[in-house]
Design a protein around this ligand. Structure first.
Ligand code: HDE
Length: 697
């Protein structure tokens, strides 16, 4: 793990540490920047003070419009590397050579909240990747859900107005639990599939590094022979897909509003690089109409059981940006940034996006030259006849039109043998008409498929989420209409929601029950059970068995976990045998919601009773409620047992660990770094334990 204090120093190192003194923007040296030029010591400030004027003017102009959606985000650089050549399907150069790495920049984001909102809100997460390929920039601007709220982009302003803070009072920030969103949802059944995802724990990821990504739309691959293949893109995190619990997510909003952003930053700084596998679902053109949904409908998935994922490469993020504004804020994604070998379909949502992203950057980045900003600049050479405009930083020479003879005909058009972007030839024929295709009409089968693919605990969390969200809705008719819509998805779901929000149970609707898609459940996306980067809190104080704490820390750290000693005060604690143990964080500055597991070594906190301290008690209670792994050793075991329901089994004697629903105890540990640490690691690797009895006895 890198030294955090050194990181701080690095972060603040000046651009030009060996350079000279402070200057103005014009390079004029300044030797005084704390007092304005005034007429007399107590007199008015003088207009003549150009340094003052420049400093204030520049400050006044520091802000640019935030993104209308996805305003809050965090980004990182890395690379993409294909496993093998995909030439059979696509001519895209970056998908040909397994020895070639293509640089990328990825920005993760929330959607609803403004730039300063909290990370752990219930929301979709953006997952936008810019590939700097040798043939130009390719942007895969996806989300962590595979479906979207609407089918046609013309509804986007309506949807966004409904989900954003309400217009009269800008409440609520970063939350979907309010009247206008649910009013829209209850009247617009095409939103239901994505709403199911939004009410699931997918909407509160544990980490950006543990989140799937999806291209959402059906795109097209085009090979060198000009043959098209429909393609859906999926990113699968190497660490598995993991989420928070709603109660935990809410507390984390206050304890650390930067929870996801910090996690991404810290792990990359520590050299533990997040990794995703890129998978594709491929559908031959001739199979376009062989599904009972329309491939062009972005509210539908292709179940992986129908078209399996084919892994084609991996992405690693290994460098944090140097300057948030210059890179993460100014990065400009655009769905129409494609390269030869990747093309669009007629998905009406995608077509709208191909208009909207360029348009938005013109406003946000103040003009048409934003592709010259370093983070947006392609590595492929750029030769255009585009000129001038605000913020032009290139000094173009020569002619600026085509065809020309005076400029030697430059830049010449690619000859037919040179790979260039050529739109797939497709026959398009039809009446000019403003009407949704009937093939987009089924709004209930896939939400029902999602519901029936969930495990019991996932279903319970979805019901709880609906109850929370609709419980915040003031308009009773909106609650009722939403329940009515849900009853078309599943009567049991609708009744459970209705019961919690004071709405009469809906009449039973005859809805056919679709086959489940097991790939949708968290249960089938756990990863390999690794504990890499899992945060473990060890609660210690004077009198702790420091050897025990160190032994478990050593064993867990060896498996990649990040283990921190937490004590009532910063500094050191005196171990039982006198040895000092360095404290990583003081208890008042942390909380259970910032960790994945908690360990109570023997003689932990407060005169032998690890739970005598209120903050420690709350820590352990919350870890239990949120399904996290809890470990206790020696004298701490009876103290923990006193807190837990009697039906949770703890060790009463001997040196063997006892594990029950993620509570791992050992009464007489002799070598805690071995058997106990193994069992504790297994409990942490399972992520969360949902089958626990309530703490109330
Ligand atoms: Fe976006 N979206 N979007 N969106 N979107 C923006 O572009 C838009 C949609 C997504 O980190 C905006 O630069 C329309 C689907 C991400 O910078 C804007 C429609 C998906 C990001 C815009 C959609 C996304 C954006 C705001 C319906 C998942 C953040 C600022 C037709 C596949 C990118 C900006 C970043 C950002 C428009 C629907 C993902 C306004 C009109 C579907 C990840 O242009």
């Amino acid at each position: 793990m890198a030294d955090p204090k050194q990181e701080q120093r690095d972060a603040f190192r000046a651009d030009d540490p060996a350079g000279g003194p402070l200057t103005t923007d014009q390079g004029v040296t300044v030797d005084h920047t704390d007092d304005s030029l005034t007429a007399g010591e107590r007199g008015p400030t003088l207009m003549e003070d150009f340094h003052f004027r420049e400093k204030l003017t520049r400050f006044d102009h520091e802000r640019i419009p935030e993104r209308v959606v996805h305003a809050r985000g965090a980004g990182a650089y890395g690379y993409f590397q294909p496993y093998e050549s995909c030439a059979e399907f696509t001519r895209a150069a970056f998908l040909q050579d397994p020895s070639e790495r293509t640089p990328v920049f990825v920005r993760f984001s929330t959607v609803q909240g403004p730039r300063g909102s909290a990370d752990t809100v219930r929301d979709v997460r953006g997952f936008a990747t810019k590939f700097y390929t040798s043939e130009g920039n390719y942007d895969l601007v996806g989300n962590n859900f595979p479906v979207f709220f609407i089918q046609d982009g013309i509804k986007f302003p309506d949807f966004v107005h409904a989900v954003k803070m309400e217009p009269h009072n800008e409440i609520p920030t970063g939350a979907s639990a309010h009247d206008t969103l649910w009013d829209f949802v209850s009247l617009q059944p095409e939103t239901l599939h994505t709403i199911m995802w939004l009410m699931s724990d997918r909407a509160i990821p544990r980490s950006y590094r543990m989140m799937q990504g999806f291209g959402v739309h059906t795109f097209r691959f085009v090979n060198a022979q000009g043959r098209g293949t429909f393609v859906k893109f999926h990113w699968k995190p190497k660490l598995g897909v993991h989420s928070l619990v709603w109660d935990e997510a809410q507390e984390a909003q206050g304890r650390d509003p930067d929870f996801n952003r910090r996690d991404l930053w810290d792990t990359i700084e520590a050299g533990i690089y997040p990794e995703w596998e890129l998978g594709v679902q491929l559908v031959p053109e001739e199979d376009e109409h062989s599904f009972d949904f329309d491939l062009l409908d972005a509210t539908k998935i292709i179940p992986e059981e129908l078209v399996p994922l084919r892994p084609i490469g991996r992405m690693v993020l290994n460098r944090n940006p140097d300057n948030f504004f210059a890179e993460t804020e100014q990065v400009a994604f655009h769905t129409a940034n494609v390269v030869p070998g990747i093309d669009f379909t007629n998905d009406p949502l995608l077509q709208a996006r191909n208009f909207s992203y360029l348009d938005t950057q013109l406003l946000r980045l103040g003009g048409p030259n934003f592709a010259q900003i370093p983070v947006n600049r392609p590595v492929a050479p750029v030769r255009t006849n585009q000129r001038d405009g605000f913020h032009q930083s290139k000094i173009h020479r020569g002619t600026n039109y085509s065809p020309n003879s005076l400029g030697g005909g430059c830049p010449a058009l690619a000859d037919p043998d040179t790979p260039a972007f050529r739109h797939l030839t497709e026959r398009v024929d039809g009446h000019k008409i403003r009407k949704r295709s009937p093939s987009f009409d089924d709004h209930y089968t896939q939400p029902a498929m999602f519901w029936h693919s969930m495990s019991d605990w996932e279903k319970q969390h979805i019901v709880d989420a609906f109850r929370f969200e609709l419980g915040k809705v003031n308009a009773m008719q909106v609650r009722e209409r939403t329940v009515e819509q849900l009853s078309r998805v599943d009567h049991g779901l609708a009744s459970a929601v209705a019961e919690g929000i004071g709405v009469a149970p809906p009449p039973r609707q005859e809805t056919p029950r679709p086959a489940p898609s097991p790939a949708l459940s968290f249960e089938n996306n756990k990863g390999d059970g690794s504990i890499t980067t899992r945060m473990v809190a060890v609660l210690v104080s004077d009198g702790v068995d420091a050897g025990q704490a160190e032994a478990v820390r050593g064993a867990l750290t060896a498996q990649g976990a990040i283990v921190e000693m937490i004590a009532p005060r910063d500094g050191e604690v005196a171990g039982a045998g006198g040895a000092a143990l360095a404290v990583d964080r003081a208890l008042p500055t942390v909380a259970s919601v910032l960790y994945d597991a908690v360990l109570l070594p023997s003689g932990g906190l407060g005169s032998g009773d690890p739970l005598a301290d209120d903050a420690a008690l709350r820590f352990v209670e919350n870890a239990y409620r949120h399904g996290k792994a809890i470990g206790a050793l020696g004298a701490s075991v009876p103290a923990l047992a006193g807190l837990l329901p009697e039906t949770v089994t703890v060790a009463s004697n001997g040196g063997d660990p006892v594990a029950d629903r993620g509570v791992v105890t050992c009464a007489e540990p002799t070598a805690p770094g071995e058997g106990f640490a193994r069992a504790f690691a297994e409990a942490i690797g399972a992520h969360r334990h949902w089958d626990r009895p309530s703490l109330r006895r």
